[in-house]
Write a protein that binds this ligand. Structure first.
Ligand code: HEC
Length: 247
């Protein structure tokens, strides 16, 4: 019992402590347009360094409703074929010496870290000249990753206010509460609101990537409930039949 309590406390306390420091995002894996935009960002900007080697391009194309030829032409940059796993060309060892650590596989990252963390991380880069790459991150201090989306999102001159104001309203999809950075060292080609929205899509895609079954699970769940509903009628009729002569 004591052991159980310790385990519960150990899992709950850090997540409670961390909870206040992240921006919230509510994934919606049924928003295909958002997943498609996220997939485009992911294949363009992330697959250069990170693999997603438990995922297959073909399944992603199918799930997101992107025709295979379009997907192959526009979203595969590694020379891979549509049936292959989402691996990368970058070898591990030199990557390690470039960045200090090899970029980890991202297939399951959204499940390990959680969507709030990921969404905050992607928007948490800021200028820090004491770091080798000139950037740091508020939710991952001394991160070894460069700010891959600096041209789009810009670079905050100071620690952005993550966990404070902005979040994406799950109902309307609008960014509410302003943006996290007041003072930019580099302006991005997107407005801060556009960038937040894009990072919502990217996170949403990575949530899907970590658990593609989410798409089917709910659909199958609906069928199961319908089946149970129909079954109930027959069970009730049968029950009535059995008891008919006894009353
Ligand atoms: C230039 C190479 C490079 C690119 C491009 C890049 N990353 Fe990274 N990324 C890294 C490296 C290196 C690390 C490891 C950082 C560390 O552990 O200090 C990392 C770490 C991460 C982590 C943290 C993993 C964890 O849980 O510890 C996430 C999440 C991530 N990257 C997401 C992305 C996404 C999303 C993109 C595309 C927008 C992207 N990265 C583009 C090099 C890259």
């Amino acid at each position: 019992m004591k052991k159980l309590l310790t385990i519960v406390l150990m899992t709950l306390v850090p997540s409670l402590l961390l909870a206040g420091e992240l921006d919230r995002m509510k994934p919606d894996v049924h928003d295909k347009a958002s997943l498609q935009r996220g997939a485009a960002l992911f294949t363009n900007y992330c697959l250069g360094c990170h693999s997603a080697e438990y995922a297959r391009y073909k399944l992603v194309a199918e799930d997101l409703g992107i025709p295979e030829d379009l997907f192959e032409e526009n979203l595969i940059f590694t020379g891979a074929r549509i049936g292959e796993l989402m691996q990368i060309a970058m070898p591990k060892e030199p990557a390690e010496s470039w960045f200090g650590v090899a970029p980890p596989d991202l297939t399951l990252n959204a499940r390990v870290r959680g969507p709030d963390w990921l969404y905050s991380y992607l928007r948490g880069f800021y200028k820090d000249d004491t770091r080798p790459l000139g950037v740091n991150n508020v939710v991952f201090s001394n991160v070894g990753m460069p700010h891959a989306l600096v041209n789009e999102g810009g670079l905050c001159a100071e620690e952005p206010n993550i966990g404070g104001r902005p979040s994406v309203d799950p109902m309307s999809g609008e960014v509410v509460g302003g943006t996290a950075c007041d003072n930019w060292a580099i302006e991005g080609s997107m407005s801060p609101e556009e960038f937040d929205r894009a990072m919502y899509d990217l996170t949403n895609f990575m949530v899907y990537l970590g658990e593609p079954a989410l798409l089917d699970r709910k659909r199958i769940g609906t069928y199961v409930l319908i089946f149970l509903g129909v079954f109930l009628i027959f069970a009730w009729l049968l029950n009535r039949e059995y008891w008919k002569d006894i009353h």
